[in-house]
Design a protein around this ligand. Sequence first.
Ligand SMILES: [Zn+2]
Length: 236
Amino acid sequence: MRYPKLCRIVTETQVTDEVSKASSSDRCFHWQLRAYLADGSEYSGNYGDAVSLQTLKDFHRRRLQILAKAGADLIAFETIPNKLEAKAYAELLEEEGINIPAWFSFTSKDGINVVSGDSILECASIADTCRQVAAVGINCTPPRFIHGLILSICKVTSKPVVIYPNSGETYNAERKEWVKSSGVSDEDFVSYVGKWREAGASLFGGCCRTTPNTIRAISGVLSNKSSPSLSDKMEM
Ligand SMILES: [Zn+2]
């Protein structure tokens, strides 16, 4: 498929507002079961034994139906913390007959595994097998971890790789605030972009604590060289 220049991309955050009127914060609280559980599992990806594949599918099915009817060009499943949730999304897309492309984006705290400890290789493989998934990647993860994760993802899929890291600052879950001192500047953030592209990433952006200046700087880097053609890679 070809993406229009301006996609209507809907994310979990939007459907949270529509469905559950859940409260939001300045962290990216994508419509999460883990936020709904309010037990801190949004930071660990560990939902416990009580949450099965079926639990996740039951929770997310109605939300997915609403997103599919909203006229989106693409549905972003982001900040995915474990392989169970990726599997739930993949099965729902199939069962609901969704014909809108999606991307699956995972989070990592160590550059090797997703936050639950599940292997990024296993998670990306699940995304790879899903027909509707048009891109696979990483979001809300410190820039220093991104390069290795791109290389891992490229081992198990030929789908385009999407990355939108956070600023590298640390989120203090107990105090519900970002710790400013550990972040990277827009200049430093952008210094990674060429490396990420060489490693195989095709879609770039910024998640929590990045700013319009970050996006402007990324755009500047990418427009200096011709980017790989996405349209060829985005065939569904
Ligand atoms: Zn984020």
